[in-house]
Design a protein around this ligand. Structure first.
Ligand code: GDP
Length: 368
């Protein structure tokens, strides 16, 4: 049995964690967190960390003892410098709470790249973990909608670089902008995106800790994640009973299945394909021929099969990337955003107009 730690940092990380816990509780009532047992096969510990107490209160399926509030008035206001200081002041408390939960085989840290708390806490937390513990640490990082503004874009650019430099064993990318095509208002788009991410992570945990017909395990996952440029993404597809399993595998690798925009056949470096469902849907020949096609352009592909009676076929693909053209696009608009913010600041510093306006009443008092 694996011991898995999942930490959700900041609002986005908290919400995805709550979506994971909701699935794990089996979508029971909102009071599930007070009494029920989670349905994980592994020993999974979840911790939500935030400076904003309201974000923690909003969680419905994560136990109160699993929510750590780091007091700092009303959050850190998208300022990563403030966030980093707050983390340093509170890291002893955070690490103590992690250590009290025992030993782990693997940790996942969920965060947005662009806010304040999650984006500043995550790289520093990864660094502390890598210094203190010997389990692999993976960050699942949510990229912003591109129209969310200059501060979020610049945060995303610096946060991703910081996580890479923190010693993380891999970064799994999920892109709000790419996933927005699901439609709906922002609130429901968030919920839809969070559910997509939650389902994939739960499937992954299931696969790492299963008695499979063909086995993939944590060792294989580590090997996949160590390939490429330290970046990865995850695909998923659930087929109906009519769809050939070959097509389901292809769908999981297509834009509608992936969490981040990439041409798998051009950019992927290593992969893990796990197929789950009733034996009647799982033609080994079809699975093998489709996986061979993928490995001819990707390199090594680990393959796992989990037999679950009466279940429709589902496919999960983990892909590490050796290049990511979409990330280059994001960095080029982030550079524009950083320059824009800098110029604006310089303008304000140089601009004496407002001071001139005020100086007109220097030495004067109001007369009534
Ligand atoms: P923090 O609490 O200071 O870490 O900031 P947030 O996590 O709110 O970061 C803001 C970024 O996260 C923006 O790019 C939002 O679009 C994104 N975000 C906030 N909440 C959610 C959510 O529930 N799901 C997803 N997918 N993105 C979110």
């Amino acid at each position: 049995m694996l011991n898995i730690l999942i930490i959700g940092n900041g609002q986005c990380g908290n919400r995805i964690l709550d979506a994971i816990n909701r699935e794990a509780f089996g979508k029971k009532s909102r009071f599930a967190k007070f009494y029920s047992q989670q349905k994980y096969k592994s020993n999974v510990q979840t911790i939500a960390i935030n400076t904003a107490i309201n974000d923690l209160k909003e969680m419905k399926f994560t136990k109160a003892k699993d929510r750590i509030h780091i007091p700092h008035l009303h959050g850190v206001g998208a300022n990563r410098n403030v966030g980093k200081h707050v983390f340093e002041d509170n890291k002893a408390n955070i690490l103590k709470q992690v250590e009290e939960r025992g030993n782990f085989d693997v940790a996942f840290i969920l965060t947005s790249a662009s806010g304040g708390t999650g984006s500043s806490f995550t790289p520093l937390l990864v660094k502390e973990f890598k210094q203190k513990f010997d389990f692999p640490v993976y960050a699942l990082v949510v990229l912003p909608f591109r129209e969310e503004g200059t501060l979020y874009l610049q945060n995303a650019a610096f946060c991703l670089r910081d996580i890479r430099e923190s010693g993380a064993d891999g970064i799994i990318l999920a892109d709000n902008q790419f996933l927005k095509q699901m439609g709906g208002n922002v609130e429901s788009a968030y919920n839809g995106i969070n559910d997509m991410i939650a389902r994939r992570l739960l499937f992954l945990m299931d696969a790492l800790d299963s008695e499979m017909m063909m086995v993939t395990d944590l060792g294989d996952f580590k090997t996949v994640m160590s390939g490429g440029a330290g970046l990865a993404t995850i695909g998923f597809y659930e087929a109906d009973s009519e769809m050939p399993i070959k097509n389901a595998i292809r769908e999981s690798l297509s834009p509608s299945g992936l969490l981040f925009s990439t041409n798998v056949y051009e950019e992927a470096s290593r992969s893990m394909v796990i197929i789950k469902g009733d034996r009647k849907y799982l033609s080994i020949d079809d699975i093998s021929s489709e996986v061979e096609k993928l490995s001819s352009s990707v390199g090594h592909v680990f393959k796992g099969i989990i037999v679950r009676n009466e279940e429709l076929p589902q496919v999960l693909t983990v892909l590490t990337l050796e290049s990511a053209s979409e990330l280059e696009n994001l960095y080029s608009i982030a550079v524009d955003a950083i320059n824009y913010e800098k110029q604006k600041k310089d303008r304000v510093n140089n601009d004496k107009e407002v001071d001139r306006a005020f100086s007109q009443i220097d030495g004067m008092d109001p007369s009534y």
